[in-house]
Design a protein around this ligand. Structure first.
Ligand code: BGC
Length: 762
């Protein structure tokens, strides 16, 4: 647990451990909350502003240029006239725009703001740089499959380099919402189901986007979103209400936001959902008491797209004026897209409903961040049309996209070592709606990426084999509709080939915002295609495209080899071909569990035990499980195979007892008994057997990726301290309680691996 405050009880039990943690450099690092420097000129500037100009600094709008990229991604809102937007900039009625159209547009607007407005306050340009700007990296969820946070730091850094060349100062990223219900469509943008992964990737992405110096024209201001618990909407329905104990909020859902702020993120976005009856956008506890009071956040908070106005439909605000008042007083500094702040804040201040001092505080935060971004020093510092072109899709950026792509691929299954495929001597039928063509490559939540500039599967495969003519391509089916004659053609192609590569799954529109699904399966027409192709008896490699964990069925689940390949971005085809033909041995691990059936959702490995667990093996009556399926995942969090043959042996603990102020070492021997090199993600899980609050069946505490040559073995060691064993206790504080803990070093959250136990002493 990151935010380990030590309770009296914990101190009694382990003062030494607590003191060691409090004094540790690790904690200091974790708590290095981003600092906002307010240059002296900011206050004098605020002193010269009218109420309207102040409210203008708190109003962000979608770019209206030529229809604006933003307006094709979001529902149309106010301010869709670009000339009007220029006029708003001149009048000081606008703090900035988002999802605009490059340096040229930014120059026009910035010129109006800094040359033609009364106070010459520069605009800020924002965009959803979620997984790349022009070079598109794997969707964020896929990147988490790499179990390599530094990879995410590097792709965020590369995305910042491209985007900041195109006049963008601020990204609405990282999205760090924990997603434990795969029906929800937006899990694709985040860090998966596990809070530790969520924390590590949130922090890594913030560091990548922001770098060491926000002023540099190679970096962007990061924005932690969607605060908070947006991923926990009831039944996985987007925008839906969240009702949850504070304990679960803090132990799971709030963790990655906190880690992002601790890594230095200086902006946050309010989420659309309510938490326990209060919309986040109007939630004073969340936005002020917790975020600023307890966590010490100094940056500014922006609403999500019309999130303030949406409190009316949610039944929390009675009209626009009320919504502006509630959002602002809760602690949301800036309004996105509704226009409500500039419309109502001046009058709310005049009427005494909003203190002017509070308005000044929010303006101060925004201006300070603009200064930290270098916008006052050089408002055109990131706006340079030549630099925009010069930084776009450079070979090294594409190479990074390919590296990230192959590291994100998870080998779910590989019976009879069907993979890797030979590069020559076999006829391969590529079948399925995702076999070829410039579509569904860059994936969801891309503003500036282009499928036409991405490598499709067929191109990647043809480039990897010695004779491209040995590859046939057959669509076979639409994504959600059958294709007339498609199955017959696919069956004929399969019969004529030695091996089938079946590229099926979800298209880009099936995950992302507002794309919740009731059945998280391969759509029926593609399932029918899979059944028909499997019936030919040819060996089938399933290459899944998906923005979430799926419940695989029938011939798809039964295929001898299955690769989870998500949406990999610009280098999709090359990255998949690297894995298919063995240029790269798969090393990805699932960041979200694949259930047996959709009806298990929300399914996550770190669930609570019940009083009636079904023991391993046969399903037993009156034990916890759904009819006909085990209470587990088909492919759990952490699962992923390699082309090696990995064995776990020899769990060793440095002691059976962990002193309250000490630590123990846990190790295991990991061997590659196969004939190919492999990278194994070795995972350490714990379970607290008896506690004053019941604890999850397992929790990931550490992992390491190790490279093993054929025949090589390595002793992998982890250190555990009492801080790793803390939970949010009865007194609403993190505590560590003595007792017995199970420990596993294992290849997934549900694999046995090697298992032992130890006691934490008082
Ligand atoms: C999304 C945000 C996004 C914003 C601006 C909203 O619909 O929820 O994640 O940053 O639009 O595009």
């Amino acid at each position: 647990m990151v935010d380990l405050a030590i309770s009296r009880r914990a101190v009694l039990m382990g003062a030494g451990a607590a003191a060691a943690w409090l004094a540790s450099p690790a904690r200091a690092l974790l708590q290095a909350v981003g600092k906002v420097d307010v240059p002296p000129f900011v206050d004098s500037l605020i002193g010269r502003m009218t109420l309207e100009e102040k409210a203008g600094q708190l109003q962000l709008m979608a770019s209206a240029w030529g229809g604006g990229a933003a307006l094709s991604l979001n529902p149309p809102g106010t301010g869709s006239d670009f000339q009007q937007q220029i006029e708003d900039a001149r009048q000081g009625r606008l703090t900035g725009v988002f999802n605009g159209n490059g340096a040229r547009m930014a120059r026009m607007l910035q010129t109006a703001a800094v040359r033609e407005s009364r106070l010459k306050v520069p605009l800020i340009f924002a965009a959803d740089i979620i997984h790349g700007h022009r070079t598109i990296f794997p969707v964020p969820l896929a990147e988490v499959a790499s179990f390599e946070p530094d990879l995410a730091r590097r792709t965020a850094e590369a995305a910042a380099f491209e985007a900041s060349g195109a006049g963008i100062d601020w990204t609405f990223s990282p999205m760090v919402d924990v997603a434990r219900d795969q029906r929800w469509g937006r899990g694709v943008e985040g860090g998966g189901e596990d809070p530790l992964m969520g924390r590590l990737f949130a922090a890594a992405r913030v560091r990548g986007f922001q770098g060491a110096d926000l002023k540099s024209n190679q970096h962007l201001l990061a924005c932690i979103k969607h605060f908070g618990a947006y991923g926990a909407g009831e039944s996985g329905l987007d925008y839906n209400a969240v009702d949850m104990s504070e304990r679960r909020l803090r132990e799971v859902y709030l963790q990655p936001y906190k880690a992002g702020f601790d890594a230095g993120a200086l902006s946050a976005m309010a989420s659309f959902n309510e938490i326990n009856g209060i919309p986040s956008t109007g939630n004073h506890w969340l936005m002020t008491d917790l975020l600023r009071g307890e966590w010490g956040f100094q940056g500014f908070v922006v609403s999500d797209y019309t999130g303030d106005e949406e409190m009316i439909a949610a039944g929390y605000a009675k009209d626009g004026r009320d919504a502006a008042r509630l959002a602002f007083l809760a602690g949301v500094d800036m309004s996105m897209q509704s226009g409500l702040y500039r419309q109502f804040l001046p009058d709310l201040v005049r009427g005494g409903e909003v203190p002017e001092a509070k308005l000044n505080e929010s303006v101060r935060r925004v201006l300070a961040l603009k200064a930290m971004l270098g916008l006052f020093d050089d408002p055109f510092g990131r706006i340079d049309e030549k630099r925009e072109a010069a930084r776009s899709m450079l070979p090294q950026t594409r190479a990074l996209a390919r590296e990230a792509g192959r590291k994100a691929i998870v080998l779910l299954k590989n019976e009879g070592e069907l993979l890797p495929l030979p590069r020559s001597g076999k006829k391969i039928a590529l079948i399925g709606p995702f076999a070829a063509g410039p579509h569904d490559l860059v994936g969801p939540w891309v503003v500036y990426g282009d499928d036409a500039k991405a490598v499709d599967l067929a191109t990647g495969v043809r480039g990897a084999v010695s004779n491209p003519a040995s590859i046939t391509v057959t669509q076979g089916s639409g994504v959600e509709e059958a294709l007339a004659g498609g199955i017959d053609q696919a069956v004929a192609a399969a019969r004529a080939a030695d091996i089938v590569v079946l590229a099926i799954g979800e298209d880009s529109g099936m995950s992302g915002e507002a794309q919740s699904r009731t059945e998280i399966v391969v759509p029926a027409p593609q399932q029918a295609l899979a059944e028909a192709v499997a019936a030919t008896g040819k060996p089938v490699v399933v290459v899944l495209k998906h923005g979430r964990a799926l419940a695989l069925e029938g011939a798809v689940a039964n295929a001898p080899a299955i690769l989870a390949t998500w949406f990999l971005g610009t280098e999709t085809g090359n990255a998949i071909a690297d894995v298919l033909f063995g240029a790269y041995s798969p090393s990805g691990r699932l960041p979200a569990s694949f259930p047996w059936k959709s009806g298990q959702e929300p399914y996550y490995y770190a669930h609570k035990p019940t009083g009636r667990p079904n023991p391993p093996g046969e399903l037993q009556p009156y034990k916890a499980h759904f009819r006909g399926i085990p209470n587990s995942a088909r492919y759990p969090f952490g699962h992923g195979l390699t082309y090696g043959k990995i064995e776990y042996n020899g769990l060793a603990l440095s002691s059976q007892e962990m002193p309250a102020n000490g630590s123990i070492q846990v190790s295991a021997t990991i061997a590659n008994r196969g004939s190919r090199a492999a990278e194994e993600v070795v995972q350490l899980y714990i379970h607290d057997r008896v506690a004053s609050i019941t604890q999850p069946v397992r929790e990931l505490k550490a992992f390491r990726k190790v490279a093993l040559a054929p025949g090589q073995s390595e002793v992998v060691r982890f250190t555990l301290t009492p801080a790793d064993l803390a939970f949010y206790g009865l007194q609403d504080r993190p505590v560590v309680e003595p007792g017995t803990f199970d420990v596993w070093i294992a290849p997934s959250a549900e694999a046995e691996g090697v298992h032992g136990s130890f006691d934490l002493l008082t």
